[in-house]
Design a binder for this molecule. Structure first.
Ligand SMILES: Cc1ncc(COP(=O)(O)O)c(C=O)c1O
Length: 406
């Protein structure tokens, strides 16, 4: 049996005439810039209003990308040389890149069987130089954010939640991105809600929001239609969101609960039919009700068995499945600029800056053995947002046959 597994772009399958109407409105108004136009622009501001309601936060800011949001956050939080920033071994390279560009030292934390930051290892990794903790809600589901916040608050270290891969996820009924001091989201093409590119930042802290506004633009916050020196002056990064992006993103964010609902239901049905299959276990969900459903991660008993199962899945048409150890720039030891500690300039920054002399930096395979062991024997399968019951059933049969045959 061979199936055609749909493309794994959750928001993309839900694009329709509503996004088209919103884009046409931007063009008809001939106002493509968020702060002024031939008519008063309204789409990025509209997205931010939808975001404030959706996440239940006081402040939301549209930016050019999830990466742009991370870079902006580093400036807003004052991260620089001398700082250590703790992030999990399972990530996307952009999160590390933001730390390195800030001149700080990334410190790797083990993941646990939630595939998010292990709170026990986090406590071990905190030093006198730790200035920020970045838990990442990977592959659609919340990490153990409650326990992580407890450790962070005990040590009085700020928290930036990277929610790029889990837009709309919740932990104990509360949206991810609202536990830490700042939360960021991506609206890139692979994400739960998409505008092709784009990002969002959320916070309940007015001062921090003002610094984000300043940092994402020209270094001064906008007040009453102009950049204004309110005291939150910094250096800007030119990471504004445009009106065309805002128009699409606002429609997608309104659709997000339905997109998530579809993926989550497919994933639950697939898991229910695979439950109890000897030799196969699932990623532990820190809060099953808060999973958004775009990825199923399951574990085999050994690396060899995971490799054999993956070969069979791909041969049967589940060609987007991947063994996590081979999941490109999501795995610390696969990132050449990290393992090779590639400097940003001839000054050797950040690795060899005098301010970073006291910080340990190790990134080669083996740095996080608990994570390495999980990566070796786990398989990730994207769950598209448009699956039929027949496609779900076919995937279950393929997975079951592959596990039973190896
Ligand atoms: C965990 C994580 N953080 C940040 C980003 C960066 O988002 P963007 O692609 O919008 O720059 C991504 C994108 O894949 C991601 O997965």
């Amino acid at each position: 049996m061979r199936i055609r597994w749909p493309a794994p772009y959750p928001g993309a399958h839900w694009l329709d005439a509503r996004e088209a109407r919103a884009v046409l409105d931007v063009l008809r108004r001939r106002s493509l810039f968020r702060y002024y136009g031939l008519k008063p622009p309204r789409h990025v501001a509209g997205l931010e209003a939808v975001a404030r309601r959706f996440y239940g936060v006081k402040h939301a800011l549209g930016v050019n990308s999830g990466t742009g949001a991370l870079f902006t956050a580093m400036t807003a939080l004052g991260i620089g040389p001398g700082a250590e920033v703790i992030l999990p071994a399972f990530f996307w390279v952009a999160t590390v890149s933001a730390v390195v560009h800030a001149g700080a030292i990334p410190v790797l934390c083990e993941i646990d069987d939630t595939f998010g930051m292990d709170p026990r290892d986090l406590a071990r990794k905190i030093t006198r130089r730790t200035r920020l903790i970045v838990p990442i809600h990977m592959a659609g589901a919340p990490c153990a954010i409650g326990a992580i916040m407890t450790v962070a608050r005990r040590h009085r270290v700020p928290v930036l939640e990277d929610c790029a891969q889990a837009n709309g996820a919740t932990f104990q009924g509360r949206k991810v991105g609202t536990f830490g001091d700042l939360g960021i989201f991506s609206l890139q093409w692979n994400k739960n809600a998409t505008a092709g590119e784009g990002g969002l930042m959320v916070t309940n802290d007015a001062r921090r929001y003002e610094r984000c506004v300043a940092a994402h633009d020209v270094g001064l916050p906008w007040v009453n239609g102009a950049p204004c020196d309110t005291g939150a002056v910094t250096w800007g990064g030119g990471r504004r969101m445009g009106e065309l992006t805002g128009a699409v993103a606002a429609v997608q964010l309104r659709k997000l609960p339905r997109i998530i609902g579809h993926m989550r239901a497919s994933k639950r049905r697939i898991k229910a039919q695979l439950a109890g299959l000897p030799g196969l276990t699932f990623r532990r969900l820190a809060d099953p009700a808060g999973d958004t459903g775009p990825f199923l991660i399951f574990l085999l008993e050994s690396e060899a068995r995971a490799k054999a199962v993956l070969r069979r899945l791909q041969a049967a048409g589940l060609d987007t499945a991947v063994r996590l150890a081979e999941y490109g720039l999501h795995i610390y030891s696969n990132v050449p600029q990290l393992t090779g500690k590639v400097p940003l300039s001839a000054a050797g920054n950040p690795w060899h800056l005098p301010a970073n002399r006291a910080s340990a930096h190790r990134y080669a395979h083996g740095t996080c053995p608990q994570s390495d062991a999980l990566f070796a024997r786990s398989i990730l399968l994207p769950i598209p947002s448009c699956l039929s019951r027949a496609q779900e059933g076919a995937a279950v049969r393929i997975i079951r046959d592959a596990v039973e045959a190896t």
